[in-house]
Write a protein that binds this ligand. Sequence first.
Ligand SMILES: *[C@@H]1O[C@H](CO)[C@@H](O)[C@H](O)[C@H]1NC(C)=O
Ligand SMILES: *[C@@H]1O[C@H](CO)[C@@H](O)[C@H](O)[C@H]1NC(C)=O
Ligand SMILES: *[C@@H]1O[C@H](CO)[C@@H](O)[C@H](O)[C@H]1NC(C)=O
Ligand SMILES: *[C@@H]1O[C@H](CO)[C@@H](O)[C@H](O)[C@H]1NC(C)=O
Ligand SMILES: *[C@@H]1O[C@H](CO)[C@@H](O)[C@H](O)[C@H]1NC(C)=O
Ligand SMILES: *[C@@H]1O[C@H](CO)[C@@H](O)[C@H](O)[C@H]1NC(C)=O
Ligand SMILES: *[C@@H]1O[C@H](CO)[C@@H](O)[C@H](O)[C@H]1NC(C)=O
Ligand SMILES: *[C@@H]1O[C@H](CO)[C@@H](O)[C@H](O)[C@H]1NC(C)=O
Ligand SMILES: *[C@@H]1O[C@H](CO)[C@@H](O)[C@H](O)[C@H]1NC(C)=O
Length: 485
Amino acid sequence: MRLIPAIIIALSAALFAPTDAIPLLSRQTQDAFKSVRDTYAFALNVFNARTAVNVSASAFYRTPANFSSTTSKPGDLLKFEQISRSPLDAQYAYPPSLTLYRFMYVSLDINKAPVPATGFVLLPYYASSKVSAGNSTTKIRSVVWTHGTAGVTRDCAPSLRRSLYYDFQGVFELANSGFAVIGPDYAGLGSDTQFDYEAGVPHADDASYSAVAIRKSPIAKLLTYEWAAVGHSEGGMVAWYVNEAEAERPVGGFLGSVPIAPSLFTAVPDNITFTQPNATDGLPAIVQGSDPAPNATGQIPIPVDSGIYYTFFSLQSAAKLNASINPETYLTEKGKVMHRLLNQGGCVLAGTFITAGGNTSELFLDEINDITAVWSQRVQPSGGTRKLGGPMLIVSSVGDVLVGVDGSAAAGRGNARANPGSRIAHHIFPDLSHDGIMYGGKISYIEFLENAFANNTALLPKVGYEETFVKPVTATFGTQLNFAL
Ligand SMILES: *[C@@H]1O[C@H](CO)[C@@H](O)[C@H](O)[C@H]1NC(C)=O
Ligand SMILES: *[C@@H]1O[C@H](CO)[C@@H](O)[C@H](O)[C@H]1NC(C)=O
Ligand SMILES: *[C@@H]1O[C@H](CO)[C@@H](O)[C@H](O)[C@H]1NC(C)=O
Ligand SMILES: *[C@@H]1O[C@H](CO)[C@@H](O)[C@H](O)[C@H]1NC(C)=O
Ligand SMILES: *[C@@H]1O[C@H](CO)[C@@H](O)[C@H](O)[C@H]1NC(C)=O
Ligand SMILES: *[C@@H]1O[C@H](CO)[C@@H](O)[C@H](O)[C@H]1NC(C)=O
Ligand SMILES: *[C@@H]1O[C@H](CO)[C@@H](O)[C@H](O)[C@H]1NC(C)=O
Ligand SMILES: *[C@@H]1O[C@H](CO)[C@@H](O)[C@H](O)[C@H]1NC(C)=O
Ligand SMILES: *[C@@H]1O[C@H](CO)[C@@H](O)[C@H](O)[C@H]1NC(C)=O
C-alpha cells in the first residue's frame, strides 16, 4: 500500500472526457474483462466499508462561497469542524483519548493559483512536558503528517478514511506519542479541485499552509507555533519538498522534517550500492512456536502489491497536466478497462486488487516511456537538490523494493554537496518492507521530533550528510503487515 515505486515512474494520462460518462467496455462485444470488473466491485465494497464519509454526498467537502480562486490567500481557514463526540464520529475508528477535527483551507496548485484543500487534526490526550523550542512551552507539539500514495480521485482523502488512512502505521502513533497531527489530504483529494499526483511543490504548499491555517483555528492556542513535518513514500517526498520550501518561502516556525522512504525522483545520479548490515543478534537458537498454523485468520486477504497501479496514477497525472495526452493511447484494452475503473474511485485498495498478479506489459504500451521523463520533471522540478530550511532525517530500508534506498542516499549526498549548510542524517534499516519501515523507523523519527522541539542541536543532524545503519536487536523480527483497519 501507500507508495510509489521508483522504477515505475513511467506514465501519464489524461481524462479526455468525464470518465463516469463513458460506458465501461463499450467497445467490447463480449465480456472479456469480467474478472477485472468483478475484482474491482469486490474491492470497492471493502473500500466503502473502510470509508467514514462519502465525499460526493458530503456538504463539508464542497467549496464554500467565501473561497475565491483569485483573491483567497494560502493559509486562510475556510471551515473547521470537530468530529470526536459528533454524530459522524461513529463512522471513524481511532484510539480513545484522541480528539479529531477536519478542516478546509486555502492552498496553492501547481501553477501557484489558490485552491481549496482539506485535512484533519488529531490531538493527543495531553501535552508532553518536553517542549522548549521558541515561545511555545507547555503546548502540544505540531507535526504536519504528509501521507503516502492514497490514490488520485477525491474519495482517496485520508480525512475520509475510517482510520485516517495510516492508522497505527503513522498518525495514531504520532498522536499517542504526544504530537498534534495536522494531516493535509493534498488539494484535489477531498476538495473539489485538480489533484496532481507526486507533485512536490504544490504538496509542500498543502503541508505548510495547513500549519498556517491551523494557527487561525479555534484550537490554535493549544498548539506550538513551531512545527515539523514527517511523511512516508509520496509524503516522504513531500517532507523533503517542504524542507526546501521552508528555505525558499518560510511560513515561520519550521523545525525540520523526516522523509521516510521518500518517492523522490532524484535529480542526483550517484553510484551507490548497499550491503545489508549483518543482522545476526548473538542470541541462542530459540524454539519456534509449536502450534500449527490455523486455517484462516478471519481477515480479508489483501493481494500482494504489484505496484502497477502507480503507473495508472502517474499516467492520469501526466494527462491532467497536458491536455494533449490521451491516456488510452498508452494502454492495452485491458489497461483501458482498469484505467476507467480506477478513475471512478476505490483508490489504492481497488488498484491493489485489480493489478494483483498483473504485469506492466499486458497493460501499458511501450510508448508510455515517451511521456515519463517530461511528467516527472514537471511534478518534481528540483529533484531534491535545493537549499533546506531545517535539519532533515531520511529514514529508509534496504529491504524496500518499491522505493530504493540508493535513490534516497544519492539525493541526500547530492543535496549536501550542492548546499554547504544542509544538515542531513540518513538512518538505513535492513529487511523492512516499504510499509514495514514506518514501524521499524518509529524510534528514529520520534527522537528527531523530540530533539527538534527541544532544540537539542547536539542530537540533531550535523552539517553535511551522514549515514547510519540501524541494527535490529533480533534477527527474527516480524516482516509481514497482515492487518488492516
Ligand atoms: C455516495 O454519494 C453519492 C451521491 O450522493 C451516491 O450516488 C453514491 O451512491 C454514494 N456512495 C456510496 C458508497 O454510498
Ligand atoms: C469563510 O466562511 C466561514 C463560515 O462563515 C468562516 O468560518 C471562515 O472564517 C471564512 N473564511 C474566510 C477566509 O473568509
Ligand atoms: C536553538 O538553539 C540555538 C542555539 O543552540 C539558538 O540559536 C536558536 O535560536 C534556538 N532555536 C529556537 C527555536 O529556540
Ligand atoms: C511565537 O513566535 C513567533 C515568531 O518566532 C511569532 O510570530 C508568534 O506570534 C509567537 N506566538 C506567540 C503565541 O507568542
Ligand atoms: C557512475 O558510474 C558510471 C558508470 O560506471 C560512471 O560513468 C559515472 O561517472 C558514475 N557517476 C558517479 C556520480 O560517480
Ligand atoms: C555477522 O555477525 C556474526 C556474529 O557477530 C559473525 O559471526 C559473522 O561473521 C558476521 N557476518 C558478517 C558477514 O559480517
Ligand atoms: C483445517 O483444515 C484441515 C484440512 O482441510 C481440516 O482437516 C481441519 O479440520 C481444519 N481445522 C479447522 C479448525 O477448521
Ligand atoms: C504534451 O504532450 C504532447 C504529446 O505527448 C507532447 O508532444 C507535448 O510536448 C507535451 N507538452 C508539454 C508542455 O509537455
Ligand atoms: C506479461 O504479460 C504479457 C502479455 O500478456 C505476457 O506475454 C508475458 O508473458 C507476461 N509476463 C510475465 C512475467 O508474466
